[in-house]
Ligand binder design. Structure first.
Ligand code: FAD
Length: 324
């Protein structure tokens, strides 16, 4: 076999893909993971910015996560012990249901898992998947092609549906039945603390459905930093606006909503998530076809959360180990 062949290929190194890779590797299987992103995160992304000579990390995707599934709790306890996850009391709704964040940025556990599975091929978008004898062939956006005996797809539903259409139409239909809501996220920093309390604001009905003092998350520090998430409705209203326009509009919404006089930011950037949080499907948390050796995982198969992605990814690994 050539160096570009692997036993198992996983497309997508978000929480679902890496949870799957972690369990397969623990069972002694050889996996190779691909991700189109430049670095670890997926929807648990963290953006590094230099401000006033300090490195500041904004979590512009998932804000925190909870752990209710016993096996996921064990995984989170392991990350806590490693120092790549910390508790963020400001976000927990009840003492018995703690909120966790990645450390030093939200992508902390993603980075740790990527290292532990032996690395990920970053900046590698799989643009086409075809059958080649008894193997899967993955065509990338650069000149390299890869093959694998088993292929597992752990990418957002809308993108999975495109990739699977010709090779696994049943799985493509499952993914196509999912709709994800968009979310404009704003990262803003200020020279002085804003007179806004508490550190987290949520209001599903408002234009800004979530706002958090990012600089108050454990281990973050740096200048006063906020992350604002527009509600799905507000995001759709301004979905095609240029990034800087969207950032200004949503910052104005934020000050308006909190009854605060506008303060000029020292940093203001917006990021548009087209597929932020999916409607999730009822049924099995992962799907695997042992004859063709192809499977799917992702939050959309369980619940639109970090925990849902982990549960789905580990369930897919168990299916492979049981039937592959
Ligand atoms: C704005 C926002 C707020 C959120 N808030 C919360 C929250 O507070 N709490 C919570 O629990 N969850 C939250 N979530 C949801 C949570 O982030 C997701 O449920 C979870 O991270 C999904 O993990 P995943 O592995 O299924 O997908 P992803 O994290 O999207 O990972 C998929 C990976 O696949 C890669 N990929 C896609 N297509 C290809 C391709 N063709 N080739 C190679 N790689 C590809 C992507 O680059 C990505 O890294 C939020 C999400 C967003 C966007």
């Amino acid at each position: 076999m050539s160096a570009s062949h692997s036993d198992i290929a996983i497309i997508g190194a978000g929480m679902a893909g890496l949870a799957c890779a972690t369990r397969l590797k623990a069972a002694g299987r050889l996996v190779r993971v691909f991700d189109k992103g430049r670095g670890p995160g997926g929807r648990m992304a963290a953006r590094r910015v230099e401000l006033n000579g300090e490195t500041v990390r904004f979590d512009h995707g998932a804000q925190y996560f909870t752990a209710r599934d016993p096996a996921f709790r064990d995984a989170v306890a392991g990350w806590e012990a490693q120092g790549v996850v910390a508790r963020w009391h400001a976000a927990s709704r009840a003492a018995e249901d703690p909120a966790f964040v990645g450390a030093p940025g939200m992508n902390g556990p993603i980075k740790a898992m990527a290292n532990a599975v032996g690395g990920v091929h970053w900046s590698t978008r799989i643009k086409d998947l075809t059958r080649d004898g008894d193997m899967w062939r993955m065509t990338t956006t650069d000149s390299a092609d890869y093959t694998a005996s088993t292929v597992l797809i752990a990418i957002p539903a809308e993108q999975a549906s495109d990739l699977l259409q010709t090779v696994a139409p049943e799985f493509a239909d499952i993914a196509a039945s999912v709709t994800s809501e968009p979310c404009w996220a704003v990262m803003a920093a200020f020279a002085r603390p804003l007179a806004i309390e508490p550190d987290t604001l949520r209001d599903a009905e408002a234009k800004i459905s979530w706002a958090a003092r990012n600089s108050a998350k454990p281990g973050r520090g740096g200048p006063e930093g906020w992350v604002l998430h527009a509600s799905p409705r507000r995001s759709r209203q301004i979905i095609d606006r240029a990034k800087q326009d969207a950032a200004e509009i949503l910052l104005a919404d934020f000050f308006d909503q909190t009854g605060t006089d506008r303060v000029d930011p020292i940093h203001l950037v917006a990021h548009r998530w087209l597929y932020a949080q999916p409607t999730s499907l009822k049924g099995e948390p992962a799907r695997y076809e042992p004859k063709a050796r192809i499977g799917i995982a992702g939050d959309y198969l369980h619940s639109p959360r970090v925990e849902g992605a982990w549960v789905s990814g580990t369930a897919l690994a168990d299916l492979v180990l049981g039937g592959g």
